[in-house]
Design a protein around this ligand. Structure first.
Ligand code: APR
Length: 250
């Protein structure tokens, strides 16, 4: 057994070596080791008394757009300071080795791209971009705009982060591509996600229904764990590099 500690078995390694197509879904646990707190982690400092689930909604923005914008500014600062970790890098290496590879992420921090991953599908948008809350299209604040939130240079409406809030639809193209990859893959990896937030959480089940081997990487149990063929216990920054290393030299 290459690495019995985290549950990486010979059977899993040979399935991954044989795989023509691999699809991956990541969640905020993959960025935890880069210092970006997961959504369900307790918040610290000034934001400790707010629940993220109460800030990341269209209703919260309507009620108090300044508060929601400031919260995202705080998270943007965390993301700016963060660097990709060995888990992100292991996925770029896996992409290089597998004939067909797709990486769908619920993370809005852009760390997979910064690590060098190419086929990234951002299911929940990107925190570094803004869009007009009225017109919906991407827009950035005018230089020198000090209002909070800043205003759309086109229509004067509030700008908001270009992320998907609770209750909002996912970008159709990205989700359709992720769903196609899930249905067409031989191995599906679900890493660092609580598997609670739909529709992203449906992707591993789509893959399993189409016959894929289902692998979960998470230190804790999730609703997906009992459906996984392999539940690798541990942190993504340790388990993913161990998994890729077990594949041996390309
Ligand atoms: N490695 C792997 N998994 C980890 C690690 C780690 N180092 N640290 C924490 N985890 C796991 C936790 O056990 C948990 O299951 O990551 C998961 C994080 O769960 P959530 O905070 O719910 O994040 P995620 O699944 O990405 O949430 C989905 O919901 O909050 C919205 O839009 C937001 O994209 C987010 C979506």
């Amino acid at each position: 057994m290459p690495n019995a500690g985290s549950g990486i078995t010979d059977a899993l390694v040979s399935a991954l070596r044989r795989a023509r197509s691999v699809a991956v879904l990541t969640g905020s646990g993959v960025s935890a080791e880069s210092g970006v707190p997961t959504f369900r982690d307790a918040q610290t400092g000034l934001w400790a008394r707010y629940e993220p689930q109460e800030l990341a909604t269209p209703e919260a923005f309507e009620r108090d757009p300044g508060l929601v914008w400031e919260w995202y500014e705080w998270r943007r600062d965390l993301v700016r300071a963060a660097k990709p970790n060995p888990g992100h890098r292991a996925l770029t290496e896996l992409e290089r080795r597998v004939p067909s590879f797709s990486l769908a992420t619920q993370n809005v921090d852009g760390l997979h791209r910064r690590a060098g991953s190419e086929s990234v599908l951002e299911l929940h948008g990107n925190i570094m971009r803004s869009k007009c809350s009225v017109e919906g299209m991407e827009a950035e604040p005018r230089e020198g705009d000090e209002s909070v939130p800043p205003l759309c240079p086109g229509c004067g409406g509030f700008l908001r982060p270009d992320v998907v809030w609770f209750g909002e639809a996912l970008p159709e193209d990205a989700f359709a591509a992720a769903s196609g990859a899930a249905r067409g893959c031989d191995v599906f990896l679900s890493a660092g996600t609580s598997s609670l937030v739909y529709p992203a959480a449906s992707l591993p089940y789509e893959a399993a229904r189409s016959g894929a081997l289902l692998v979960e990487i998470n230190p804790d149990d999730t609703p997906l764990t009992q459906h996984a063929d392999h539940a690798l216990r541990g942190r993504a920054g340790e388990v993913l590099p161990a998994l890729v290393a077990a594949l041996g030299e390309a």
